[in-house]
Design a binder for this molecule. Structure first.
Ligand code: AMP
Ligand code: MG
Length: 532
């Protein structure tokens, strides 16, 4: 495969800027951008950039050679100091519902798209810098990102990819050499933190909010132009845009979103801010802010301090919030379709039903069963959900340990002590809990027998969908604490561990440990704010 040795040799095909209307005003001053899908902007140059890490898998997507990734040119381009030939930087205009309320225009306030690179396989990959300075959409903020949140975005994007969860990718993490003021918990205790920039990579960064803002302004011709563009460029298999194709497109977005949320529930990922501006039209996980990973299984858990009262975006709500968000997208594109019933039934069939089936299949896979049988598995799954919440149980370790229990023996001879590792307080399991657990295990045991599940198959099936290594908040916080002292080895180590999240590796025991006591109340480990 031909590799690129100079970034100027990348091929760009910037369809978004070339085919959609631009804001007629230039410059970074904050404004309402009417009648346009984006604004031309330039990244703000930074003083002393330094590349911390490059994800080689993402460099491969762009055909970048190893030497180009360690070049000075690379650092300057992905810090926003220079543009490669063919890049046309711009910020997108979008709106959104934040925490259920229409918030009007939001837009790329700290993200600047560089262009769409085309690789040798003819795939389009949009490149976007996060934290490269103000744009017309920055409102009261600085357009910058700090090292802490950039490490979190970089590692989690790539971990999600290796876990098999649809996601935007991260090419690079670059320090700007500048300081950024942040009041992390909005409590008057601000401090300077290191500035950083992640280069995100995705087939498209279009969000539900891109359609919402145009529709909210009543600009139906522009809405049509944007939807037609999206179908032609991102969903060409659907054919030429027409009323029927609009509906098919919406059903695709519903299916992709359902698949994404099934994966989130499988791995225990909580997005934290499922606003409609953070929903990708491709069903990609996007905008890694105050996200978190379930440790003790709790449907009501959210890592986001801003949402600690209402818990709108907690783990157990994610499926219905995705539905609500899709309904907002349906409202936005309604002027092109004019048929409420058709939109509603598409949403029900392609989101609700698809999610339900996908979730059921996913859950029985987590248990190593071949398929979902409603007469037994409805109860099996709801009782498991109940059991996991009775005492603090680490979701990730529970499934991995359950795979280790040998179910080929007589029920009385099963060794449940293997499950102890999954409990945060194993010594406090009371009689009542043990009784409920025994009843569930008996049900699971007989279900395995009835389905004639071979033990070797069960273990391999379970370990293929139940990860052992996930970006637990405390692991990321350790890497962040080191990085803030100028040590970046742990970031490299985490990326390496998360490359093979399903494969147990005896050298990596410390990366599969449940949250240690010190992390229970530490900022960044148990609670996160939106400040980034
Ligand atoms: P988020 O909560 O990260 O999805 O962001 C919501 C909106 O605020 C988006 O329009 C962001 O671009 C914008 N935003 C968030 N942080 C910043 C920042 N530091 N500077 C400028 N805009 C920001
Ligand atoms: Mg966002």
């Amino acid at each position: 495969m031909k590799k690129i040795h100079k970034l100027d040799d990348l091929t760009f095909d910037n369809r978004f800027v070339e085919q959609l209307p631009a804001d007629s005003e230039v410059g970074n001053a904050c404004r309402q951008v009417i009648g346009a899908c984006y604004s031309h902007v330039k990244p703000t140059p930074v003083q002393d950039p330094k590349t911390i890490i490059v994800a080689r898998e993402v460099a491969d997507l762009l055909d970048l050679s190893d030497d180009v990734c360690i070049s000075e040119e690379f650092t300057h381009i992905f810090a926003g100091n220079r543009l490669a030939k063919g890049m046309q930087p711009y910020a997108m205009c979008y709106g959104g519902h934040q925490f259920g309320q229409w918030a009007g225009q939001l837009g790329d306030g700290r993200a600047i798209n560089l262009g769409e690179a085309v690789n040798t396989k003819n795939e389009h990959w949009a490149l976007q810098l996060k934290g490269a300075g103000k744009t017309p959409y920055s409102r009261q903020s600085d357009g910058l990102a700090v090292l802490r949140s950039s490490v979190r975005e970089f590692i989690c994007s790539e971990a999600m990819y290796h876990l098999g969860v649809p996601t935007t990718r991260a090419l690079s993490l670059v320090l700007t050499g500048e300081k950024v003021w942040r009041d992390m918990f909005y409590d008057g205790n601000g401090a300077y933190e290191s500035g950083a920039i992640v280069c995100r990579v995705a087939p498209s960064f279009t969000r539900f909010g891109n359609f919402q803002i145009v529709s909210a302004r009543g600009d139906v011709p522009l809405l049509k132009q944007l939807v037609d563009f999206t179908i032609r460029t991102d969903f060409p298999e659907l054919g030429d845009p027409s009323e029927e194709v609009y509906l098919n497109w919406f059903s695709q977005v519903c299916l992709l979103t359902a698949q994404m949320v099934v994966h989130w529930q499988r791995v225990g990922f909580v997005h934290g801010v499922m606003n409609t501006d953070n929903m990708s039209i491709f069903g990609l996980t996007i905008d890694y802010g105050p996200y978190g990973w379930l440790e003790d299984f709790d449907l009501k858990w959210t890592p986001n301090t801003t949402d600690s009262e209402l818990k709108r975006y907690c783990f157990g709500n994610q499926p219905k919030i995705a539905f609500w968000n899709l309904a907002q997208l349906a409202n936005a594109i309604y002027p092109l379709i004019g048929n409420v019933n058709a939109l509603q039934s598409t949403l029900n069939e392609n989101y609700s039903q698809h999610f339900q089936q996908g979730w059921q299949s996913m859950m029985v896979e987590k248990l190593g069963l071949p398929d979902f049988q409603a007469d037994t598995d409805d109860d099996l799954l709801s009782e498991l959900t109940h059991l996991l919440q009775l005492t603090q149980t680490d979701m990730t370790l529970f499934y991995r340990q359950l795979a280790k229990v040998d179910f080929s023996v007589e029920f009385e001879a099963l060794d449940f002590s293997l499950l102890d590792e999954a409990y945060y307080t194993p010594d406090s399991l009371n009689h009542q809990y043990k009784k409920i657990r025994l009843a569930w295990l008996e049900k699971y045991y007989s279900r395995l027998r009835d389905a004639r599940v071979n033990e070797v198959d069960r273990i391999s099936r379970m370990n293929a969908v139940n990860p052992l290594y996930v970006p637990r908040n405390y692991l990321l916080q350790n890497a962040i604490d080191d990085a803030n002292k100028g040590h970046y080895e742990e970031i490299h180590q985490l990326l390496e561990v998360f490359r093979t999240p399903y494969q147990e590796n005896s050298q990596w025991e410390k990366y599969s440990q449940k949250r240690p006591a010190w992390a229970n109340e530490k900022a960044g480990c148990s609670m996160l704010s939106c400040s980034s």
